[in-house]
Design a protein around this ligand. Sequence first.
Ligand SMILES: Cc1ncc(COP(=O)(O)O)c(C=O)c1O
Length: 456
Amino acid sequence: MDSQPNSPEARDKKYHMHAYTNARRHQEVGPLIIEKGDGIYVEDIAGKRYIEAMSGLWSVGVGFSEQRLVDAATRQMAKLPFYHNFTHKGHSPLIDLAEKLVTMAPVPMSKAFFTNSGSEANDTAMKMIWFRSNALGQPERKKIISRKRAYHGVTIASASLTGLPNNHLSFDLPIANVLHTSSPHYWREALPGETEQQFSTRLADDLEKLILAEGPETIAAFFGEPVMGAGGVVVPPAGYWEKIQAVLQKYDILLVADEVICGFGRTGNMFGTETYAMKPDIMVMSKQISSSYLPISAMLINDKVFEPIADESNRIGTFGHGFTAGGHPVAAAVAIENINIIEERNLVDNARHVGAHMQKRLGQLTSHELVGEVRGVALIGAMEMVTDKATKAPWGSVGALGGLVNGILQQNGVISRNMGDALAFCPPLIINEKQVDAIFDAVEKSLDEAARQIKA
Ligand SMILES: Cc1ncc(COP(=O)(O)O)c(C=O)c1O
């Protein structure tokens, strides 16, 4: 098919630059073109079916064929296809969604603010935090602490918050005022003999040392995903959030919980904030808020954040920030319907129960010769692969083994994603145990094939 000049593959190579893709390599390998989806499955242009074990990009919670979301979008599109929320204007879907989010928040929140993507939401959070520091007469309080391996997006500010080399290299990032503290990857970064609690204590000490070295009066906020996603599905070690939050409280530093992946059921509670007893001042949401049927993101802010910002907007005459499509009515209508579906069908319970089965199947992989560690909670997890379990050494360069197994798994009908040598699993919330078994039967088969290829 590829040899024909007008095939979709050929036109893709000719006209389309892909996100997160080696653009030169793409000219050789071409695209996998997905044509349609149903439930947890997607189908490519050649008619091959796959289980989408990543929910697209950690996001299609209710699966790929939810008619109620199509209907909600159609109804809203026919009634009011666009309106905005600048200069005191508004519309009903956004009011309904704001009320829904503020009232369902697991910690007291005051207002919702709407954007289009996780990156924009984190970028906005950072701007709000700076605006607030100025409002409080603390212009020096501008530094933001994030973590190595964090993922908060790709705009200039949110890519700076992200703690991964590929988001900084050749982009001249991170920008000033963004600091990265240690990542909570216990298996990779704990010292020999260190327990999870001891590791968490050491990380909290690292954070405190950083704050003291920089000057506590210069630190405005700490950003963290309850469970790190794109950094390799890093589940916090025992005691981690408790100890980190104690340090933040000691120096009156705001906590931003980036719930872009964890939100709306992924970790077995509605929010990761609940799973890990976090008390954020700002919660950032996207992806599963609308099951990504349409782009929308939201931030919830508490009074500690809102009140000074409101005063400063009054002093200046406006809060000079907002996106044309931020809180788009069609996306907002879809988000409300999506959250209703998650609640009505108890998909959070499903994530917990079927997630327990997924964690069991994941756990069984540790006996495989190529699997160094597995980790996860509810319906999110990863296996990290090595060729030498004792030294945790990669096969050649980091990511080579992850790429090999991921490729074989795709041929075997399951779409996953390797972040380096960690292969992630984040299936739609609607998945059942039999379907989880189908994923992990394919994973086992793919690991065996990879082991054979490596030895050949
Ligand atoms: C935790 C987290 N925050 C932010 C983002 C950025 O979201 P977006 O790609 O919509 O800009 C992502 C995307 O994967 C994410 O996982």
